[in-house]
Design a protein. Structure first.
Length: 403
């Protein structure tokens, strides 16, 4: 049966090639689109991690739900002692402290609302590899009252490196405090909203501005993003239960989650469209091929083959065609993905971003497997109804096609 089916699919090479072409192009399209989407996810993921939030953050329990309303009730004390232990972990590249605050910035002429962070600049510079400095330079520990501001803040206040701005914020005791800072640099991240409000100063300067010695978060930069879940699990076991909350990057990145959900649904629709396209195109060629072979099937029945034998033969033929088409499409899809990735695809900025980027086609085993399955399953489904019709056709009607 297998030998007969294999020989039958090459009896009409033109029609077989047409069917294979439909399957191959469908599989290639899925692999390229799936790889493009996977690369967009990866680039957005790394931009989110390495420009804003890090891989993991530790806060005092309740900070994420109530911290914005009552930030000073959720400060971390003695966080330096925790950092010393965590930095020795093999998965960890950097552990740093931050102190967030909100307030007003003033250039001597106008006020502008900002969201600030007190940071450890050397560690942040190593982690924030995707935070671009568009003017000036990074702040360092020697810039005691230096400030790094987002591109949107610089445009709103009309300031540049070398200018001075004043930050006003409420202290932990409820008083209003202000400090003057020199603009050291202007940064740009993938997020336009972040750039429109964010400023960064030294952690010690933020503590002086807020009149506290504490921090509100411990941020981890890992050697590999894939280690995030393992480190989170280990942290939850080691930290005192109920005192801290540990959040991986994907729980903190709301924009990333919504973007991923959107693209996944769009890709799901594309998969369905290609499956239907393969079904309809292959069904058309199957119908034509089986119609031309009606006399052959009548002869097989006259020789004693049962309807189920004919059904099995036809289904085996198109299963082989599906496997061949899926295999060829997968190989060509991987090859094209590699070629396109070596060249790169210039892309405009993502939504909520001002930064253009170069896209690639990631080679994702799961996407290749799904594309191959769509090619095979689509071909098999397209052959079911025509095969049933042929297998149930009366012998006499089928033999008339030979006359």
């Amino acid at each position: 049966m297998f030998k007969l089916a294999f020989r039958n699919i090459f009896r009409q090479p033109m029609r077989t090639c047409l069917t294979l072409a439909v399957i191959v192009f469908g599989v290639i399209g899925l692999i390229l689109m799936g790889g493009f989407v996977a690369d967009a996810f990866l680039q957005l993921q790394e931009a989110t991690i390495h420009s804003q939030i890090g891989h993991i953050q530790i806060h005092k329990s309740g900070y994420r739900t109530q911290g914005r309303r009552e930030p000073y009730k959720y400060l971390l004390k003695s966080s330096q002692e925790l950092i010393v232990d965590f930095e020795a972990w093999p998965e960890v590249a950097e552990v740093m402290m931050r102190l967030g605050f909100s307030g007003l910035s003033n250039n001597g002429r106008a006020n502008y609302p900002i969201i600030g962070e007190g940071v450890e600049p050397d560690k942040e510079a190593r982690m924030g590899s995707l935070l671009s400095i568009v003017e000036g330079r990074q702040i360092t520990h020697s810039d005691k009252f230096g400030i790094l501001i987002g591109k949107g803040v610089a445009q709103a206040l009309l300031v540049k490196p070398g200018d001075f701005i004043t930050l006003l914020a409420n202290t932990a005791g409820g008083a209003l405090n202000s400090l003057e800072f020199e603009v050291i640099g202007v940064f740009q991240s993938f997020s336009k909203d972040f750039d429109n409000r964010a400023v960064r100063i030294l952690l010690t300067a933020a503590q002086e501005l807020l009149a506290t010695h504490d921090t509100d978060s411990i941020v981890f930069s890992l050697k590999a993003t894939d280690a995030s879940d393992a480190v989170v699990s280990r942290l939850k076991k080691q930290l005192p239960e109920g005192q801290f909350e540990v959040a991986p990057w994907y729980e903190l990145a709301d924009f990333y989650q919504k973007t991923v959900d959107l693209y996944r649904r769009q890709f799901g629709v594309l998969e369905a469209v290609i499956l239907v396209m393969v079904l309809l195109s292959v069904a058309n060629t199957v119908n034509m091929a089986l119609y031309e072979r009606t006399g052959e099937f009548g002869t097989l029945k006259a020789l004693g083959n049962r309807p189920r034998d004919l059904f099995r033969l036809i289904m085996l033929e198109y299963t082989l065609i599906g496997l061949i088409g899926g295999g060829i499409g997968s190989v060509l899809g991987i090859l094209l993905a590699w070629i396109i990735s070596s060249i790169g695809i210039p892309m405009p900025p993502m939504p909520n971003s001002d930064l253009a980027y170069t896209a690639h086609i990631s080679i994702v085993p799961e996407v290749i497997a799904v594309a191959f399955a769509v090619g095979v399953v689509g071909t098999i489904l397209a052959a079911v109804i025509p095969a049933l019709r042929v297998s149930r056709m009366p012998v006499i009607d089928a033999l008339r096609a030979n006359v």
